[in-house]
Ligand binder design. Structure first.
Ligand code: NDP
Ligand code: 8X3
Length: 264
């Protein structure tokens, strides 16, 4: 826990699901001296998360910021406008991401294709490029952690997920290149790939249809956001020479993207 003392952590997509859990878990693990920058589009929800953290971790400073990672201008002004005490970022958790629908080619809506790539891929790349100069300004060519949330979907494409799977494969490819490009630095490039986690993910996939979303998890016990958050915080808390480069996390009933044991 001491290894996280005084660190500044930036989390994208912290208003819900895994990202919110990551914010709470960092605060639980290092309640005395930690700085959290929590970002997402829903600023009111972020403020609730900040309030929740203030309720149990009095030594944690939380800075909620409205940030749509699919908008390059917003990313630029986000970094420029970080208050002095949050400016020296130590850890970037690239978590913001989404899936839209289950359509198959040639019937995939072009706006769904665009929003998935702009958020999951271009957003993650732009965030990384915006924060890296802060890491690189440190001694020995640079220090800091980039933790990218990929997915089993990036390793194993499935029907009805071609675009989402392609975005997560792109995340994987970008992450692996980046780790190689930064080899002469002390910057750690970490990818964590969850299997099935019950969050707002499926609600977003089905455009707010909660009944449809619930069906995805019928008869199975998915992971929770907290399960993945524990892995993220564990990775950030290792000794600086230890890089959890690539981690796949399943719930017990899952063995592949589409291999699940369902109790009926
Ligand atoms: P949720 O829908 O619960 O959370 C997604 C988060 O991303 C929200 O906080 C949302 O906030 C944010 N977000 C979406 N679009 C944008 C945007 N343009 N700019 C900024 N923030 C955005 O889903 P999860 O917690 O499940 O998803 C988190 C990550 O985990 C995603 O990258 C997802 O692909 C990945 N993942 C999820 C799995 C699952 O089974 N749930 C499995 C494997 C990976 P807001 O709407 O306020 O902007
Ligand atoms: C989310 C997992 O396989 O349901 O990344 O798309 S999956």
């Amino acid at each position: 826990a001491q290894r996280l003392k005084g660190k500044t952590i930036v989390i994208t997509g912290a208003s819900s699901g895994i990202g919110k859990s990551v914010a709470l878990e960092f605060a639980r693990t290092q309640p005395e001296d930690l700085k959290l920058v929590i970002t997402a589009r829903r600023i009111d929800t972020l403020k609730e998360v900040a309030k929740e953290i203030a309720g149990f971790a009095h030594g944690v400073k939380v800075h909620p910021v409205k940030l749509d990672v699919s908008k390059p201008d917003e990313i630029r002004s986000f970094v420029d406008q970080l208050p002095d005490e949050f400016k020296v970022v130590d850890v970037l958790v690239n978590n913001a991401g989404l899936v839209k629908g289950v359509a198959q080619a040639p019937n995939i809506a072009s706006e769904d294709i665009a929003v998935m790539f702009d958020t999951n891929v271009t957003g993650l790349i732009n965030m990384t490029q915006a924060i890296l100069p802060i890491f690189k300004a440190r001694p020995d060519g640079g220090r800091g952690d980039i933790i990218n949330i990929g997915s089993i979907a990036g390793r194993e494409p499935y029907q009805g997920g071609s675009i989402y799977c392609a975005t997560k494969a792109a995340v994987r490819s970008f992450t692996d290149s980046l780790r190689k490009e930064l080899i002469a630095t002390r910057i750690r490039v970490i990818e964590i790939d969850p299997g099935q986690v019950e969050t707002e993910f499926s609600v977003v996939r089905f455009n707010g249809d909660k009944e449809k979303a619930k069906k995805v998890y019928e008869g199975v016990e998915p992971l929770t956001g907290d399960d993945i958050a524990e892995v993220v915080v564990f990775a950030a808390g290792r000794r600086e020479n230890v890089v959890l480069a690539d981690t796949l996390v399943f719930p017990n009933h899952q063995a592949a993207a589409t291999v699940m044991h369902r109790k009926t």
